[in-house]
Design a protein around this ligand. Sequence first.
Ligand code: AHR
Length: 531
Amino acid sequence: MNNQRIFLKRAKALGYVAFSIVLLIAPSFCRAQAQNSEPNKASLVIRSEQPKGIINRNIQGQFAEHLGRLIYEGLWVGEDSSIPNTRGLRNDVVGALKELRIPVLRWPGGCFADEYHWRDGIGPRDKRPRRPNASWGGVDTNAFGTHEFMDLCEMLGAEPYINGNLGSGTPQEMMEWIEYMTSDSDSTLARLRRQNGRAKPWNVPYFAIGNESWGCGGEMRPEHYADEYRRYATFIKDYSGNHIQELAVGSHDDYYTWTEVLMAQAAKQMQGLSLHYYTLPTSNWAQKGSATEFGEKEWHATLVRTLRIEEFIQKHSAIMDKYDPQKRVGLMVDEWGTWYDPQPGKDLGALFQQNTLRDAVVAAINLNIFNQHSDRVQMANIAQMVNVLQAMVLTDKERMVLTPTYYVFKMYKVHQGATLIPIDLSAPEYKIDQASVPSVSASASRDKDGKLHLSIVNLDPNGSAEITTKVAGSTVEDITGEVLTASTMNAMNTFDNPNAVKPTAFSSYKIQASQVILRIPPKSVVMLELH
Ligand code: AHR
């Protein structure tokens, strides 16, 4: 109580009074602090006088593959469904996703992209062929095809990112798909699109040539893929004022040779090169670890692994810098997120997994890292949007629940298209055995209206972080914000308890002359606006 009295004596700013009231009246908050009575002391300087480049809003992109219950049930239920829908797309899921202001949506895969033939998914639905989904099992009715995807993008306000089929398709098929979608001419394919219900051509800004061509997309060597990429890219044409950015299959993890070869041999023909990295608590694909049953050791190991993405981005970027010092070619992290063992009792091929506070922390750390590297990282697409891997939304027939990861994306949307503001952060390490991670991750940006936003993650599940924060060249008069946390590391939202992990107002700060003392709870994600 002594400390609280001293605090109260010195209280001047409204924020600080609020912080003190919380300390006095919220026993659960006090109990949480008691886990580690001494907070981790950190310092942060926000270099607002040295603004950097724009954080591409596409860093908060999403990915939707024909996999498990993502497309069918998760998004598409059909016009005759008893689940409320608009032209077959479920209203609850689309409504929730709209709130995220999704900038860009990648489709139809993933591995599925290299087996997808676009003509199967156009025309009257009852005439469309049913094909086995060779990558993920089951039969695809093709009820969801190009028109349905574009309708979804328009409902969400997201730009379409189409992933073309290099593995089992042809340059002609790819070329004709683009003509079908984007040509306003009197050609047979443009007429066919109109006949199928779409008069105006669509805008297709991003088109990838294959997916994971070093693996499920054809098991190619980088030299072979580079040649194939150049061949296919030659036939990607801009019709009727549409301008396509052509994206090449990039590397995964630390497969640097792939990046080296692609940049040396095909950089001129590409606007983007992808990178895939999944966070597995164990790094072992045969035994990845549970999505929900884990202790602090697994929590820590997951954070160690997710933070590795920064090293991969730095090293792939360094290779790209050699060939493209102007940073014309974007690094597109078009698959990232957590990947756990399938939930017992669920369809193994469906990649359904629950989502906990740990996933929220992983998402926030990754988004902070992408912001920091936004000079090269121009797009990132979390895998995947609904019911698959690190999803925003889970469904069970007519029911829907929003995940902790959903709320991180909702909180972080203020960074979209904002100017990156550099920060100097110094925080103690959070260690277990020999492994250690920084206990705090952060990033800052200034939006078009001049508002300064600061996202902070406390990785330590036991200790709060007391961060002495300064904004270089100015003073902070007020702070508003939200915090996402819960009492346990594996707290989650379920269909029966959908509001267990949700953001609440943040008030744990005090303003002292030219600095602000922030008290960030253990295992939390915080988004602040500094006035
Ligand atoms: O996201 C699931 C799968 O992971 C994708 O289809 C593939 O590209 C990656 O290996």
